[in-house]
Design a protein around this ligand. Structure first.
Ligand code: HAM
Length: 407
């Protein structure tokens, strides 16, 4: 029996992986431009980090964690998200002041697999730690929006909300609970259970939404400080020209959020998977995992969902040229030419299997090489034959001018 990849996981191969490479390259450029350093944290962590960080009341912790005991008897968990890890790393490095950290990598959640909902999926992530300024919230939201535009998703809608903080939320929650209790028998099972444990989550329940049109919402019950913060986030988004829509029912699936919550929605994706990313502020997270008070705000974008939203995206081929060896006598020279062109920054390949010229040309077109450089007899005259595969145009080019011709 052949062994297959585990359920809910994907192999990402060429040509699809070319889109991934482009997405990662642009991520690197944009985060660097916004002043975020690269951070790399372990793929597994002490289970407690997530049960306390992501939150006991979340679906992630209750149902979706890949938890195992290692040979030393420790309970470890494959990370379901990056945020608690980044905060832990910052604490562990005795970080003080501001840290702006960008990363990407696989995350693991035991989900019912479908398109855009995988058990191993991939996130791009930034976390801006050490400031409670609303300018940081706006910057993070802008970064995600610029990235999605740069990658070619121009139909993204940014939705934002404020869900308050420990000062104003408790009183609001009591109000919401009262409202929900009065409609208890109409709510779905999950929502009914959440009335006491996590009433906010009921607000964005897809099943119950139609019933909750007149429910009290967090933005209408913010304290002065939260209201001022929210106003400033919106004003700053206006200043930098990021369009957004306010969604009073937007609450997110993680327990640590305070004040700002936001998502990036792509309307042409199936409603269950239409959020290609999201994030928010989490001023209490650091303390909930046992550290000092460190405010923070961040976002994560789902690469797998972005790829779905992009649809059949046409990437450029992976090569600038393919080198064909037409004469065994000059194979060594051809290999040297390949090496030289690669050093100059061109994407070059050739056939290592010493096959016929015809087979090598076939390989060149299979690899979608736009140009072919034939190294043959003419080498002795200091030239190669250069063919443009699109036009069929073919000519002799002096060896010293090959880079010129490739450009
Ligand atoms: P999240 O909303 O759980 O937030 O995930 C962010 C994005 O990851 C989602 O919008 C979605 O695109 C993608 N995603 C989540 N689960 C899956 C899955 N099973 N399959 C495919 N894609 C998925 C967080 O993870 C927070 N850590 C974001 C954050 C950073 N908040 C503050 N800082």
């Amino acid at each position: 029996m052949t062994i297959r990849a585990p359920k809910g996981t994907d192999d990402i191969l060429a040509p699809a992986s070319r889109t991934w490479r482009r997405m990662l390259r642009i991520w690197d450029q944009i985060t660097e431009r916004f002043g975020y350093d690269l951070i790399i944290t372990p793929l597994f962590e002490a289970t407690e980090l997530f049960s306390r960080g992501s939150g006991e009341d979340t679906e992630i912790v209750q149902k979706q964690m890949y938890t195992f005991t290692d040979k030393g008897g420790r309970s470890l968990t494959l990370r379901p998200e990056a945020t608690p890890s980044v905060m832990r790393a910052h604490q562990q490095a005795a970080g003080s002041g501001v840290r702006k950290a960008a990363s990407w990598g696989p995350m693991f959640r035991y989900e019912r697999p479908q398109a855009g909902r995988r058990r191993q999926f991939h996130q791009l992530d930034v976390e801006y730690l050490g400031t409670d300024s609303p300018l940081a919230d706006a910057e993070v939201i802008e970064l995600g929006y610029r990235y999605l535009n740069a990658i070619g998703l121009d139909t993204v809608i940014v939705t934002i909300n404020s869900i308050g903080d420990p000062v104003c939320r408790p009183a609001y929650q009591e109000l919401l609970k009262e409202y929900l209790r009065a409609r208890e028998d109409q709510l779905c099972d999950d929502s009914r259970q959440r009335i006491d444990t996590n009433p906010l989550r009921v607000l964005d329940c897809k099943i119950c939404k139609p019933l909750l049109g007149d429910a009290p919402t967090p933005v209408d019950h913010l304290c002065d400080a939260c209201l001022a913060h929210y106003r400033s986030v919106k004003e700053t988004l206006g200043v930098v020209g990021v369009p957004f829509a306010e969604d009073r029912h937007l609450v997110r699936g993680l327990d640590y959020y305070t004040r700002t919550a936001f998502e990036y929605i792509v309307s042409d994706l199936d409603a269950a998977q239409n959020a290609v990313g999201g994030g928010g502020r989490y001023d209490g997270l650091s303390e909930s995992i046992g550290g000092p008070a460190i405010p923070g705000v961040g976002l994560a974008l789902g690469l797998d969902r972005i790829v779905l939203a992009l649809g059949e995206s046409v990437e450029d081929g992976a090569l600038d040229a393919f080198v064909v060896v037409a004469d065994e006598q000059v194979r060594t020279e051809a290999i040297r030419l390949v090496s030289d062109l690669r050093s100059k920054g061109f994407r070059i390949d050739y056939d290592a299997d010493e096959r016929s010229v015809k087979a090598q040309f076939k390989a060149a077109s299979r690899r979608e090489a736009p140009k072919v450089v034939v190294v043959g007899d003419e080498w002795h005259r200091g030239a190669v034959t250069a063919r443009d595969m699109a036009t069929g145009d073919q000519r002799e080019v002096p060896v010293g001018e090959v880079s010129e011709w490739l450009r």
